[in-house]
Design a protein around this ligand. Sequence first.
Ligand SMILES: Nc1ncnc2c1ncn2[C@@H]1O[C@H](COP(=O)(O)OP(=O)(O)OP(=O)(O)O)[C@@H](O)[C@H]1O
Length: 285
Amino acid sequence: MTFYVSDVAQPLSDARSFSHDAICKILEDHGGTDPVGVDSHFPCYEIDQEEVDMEEAKLIGEGAYGEIYLVNWRGTEVAAKTIRSSIASNPKVKDSFMKELALWQKLRHPNIVQFLGVVNNSDRLIFLTEYLRNGSLYDILRKKGRLDPQTAVSYALDIARGMNYLHHHKPHAIIHRDLTPRNVLQDESGRLKVTDFGLSKINQQKDLGYKMTGRTDRYMAPEVYRRELYGKAVDVFSFSLIVFEMFQGKPSNLAEDAERVADRRAYEDYRPPLSSSLFPESIKA
Ligand SMILES: Nc1ncnc2c1ncn2[C@@H]1O[C@H](COP(=O)(O)OP(=O)(O)OP(=O)(O)O)[C@@H](O)[C@H]1O
């Protein structure tokens, strides 16, 4: 049987990204290689800071990692994501971020937010992605509440196509791990696109000195919450909760603290009830 480097490479790439130095050493001693790391320390799409006028930037959102601005780049409106200096100043964390961005820059799919490049020589860590004018699915659901079944199914298919592309990535599947309505954005034509995959992994790093906001817990798969080994199924879990929310109009157990909900799902096998009046049988299945 022939083994390609890519077949054995992921353990070392993963160990490096989680800063498990002792495990890295064992894998290196046994011939492990890290193609994810080798070519990904320096994303090739570097954008000169002169090309992006951050003084003129308009704040459009704030996430766990930093602020998001609308900026003009080469005559085009794009989103500039800034990473808090408390996060970016940690060399290990910055390295992990750059690796995730290097992976993102290779992806091209109609349902994946297009990465454009990293702004170089900036005193802050800033990267550009396409700008999606209609905001996030979170905003849409807050504004509209329950969606009609046709729209919900069409949105679900958009998300599923984007996720399917990530899960079929070669040589290794890309697991989002943090799929939530806030990480699904809508373009002007109404198409949904998935964003920010892989970045959530960074918050698992030790010595990070940074705590993720609890709001992602509401969509978190039990095995992620329990900090166990996980696979593509964790994204399917989050996806199904998003579909639930599109039919129901709001997340399950909204009144309950997100961490408590995740805890009950992880340790009491709790799942949201699917009322027959809202959920067609095919969607329930
Ligand atoms: N490419 C983009 N185009 C348009 N708006 C965006 C874009 N990226 C982010 N936003 C807006 O900024 C908000 C915050 O984005 P960001 O991805 O940083 O954080 P989040 O997903 O809300 O939270 P977290 O970082 O915890 O996952 C989004 O909810 C969205 O409204």
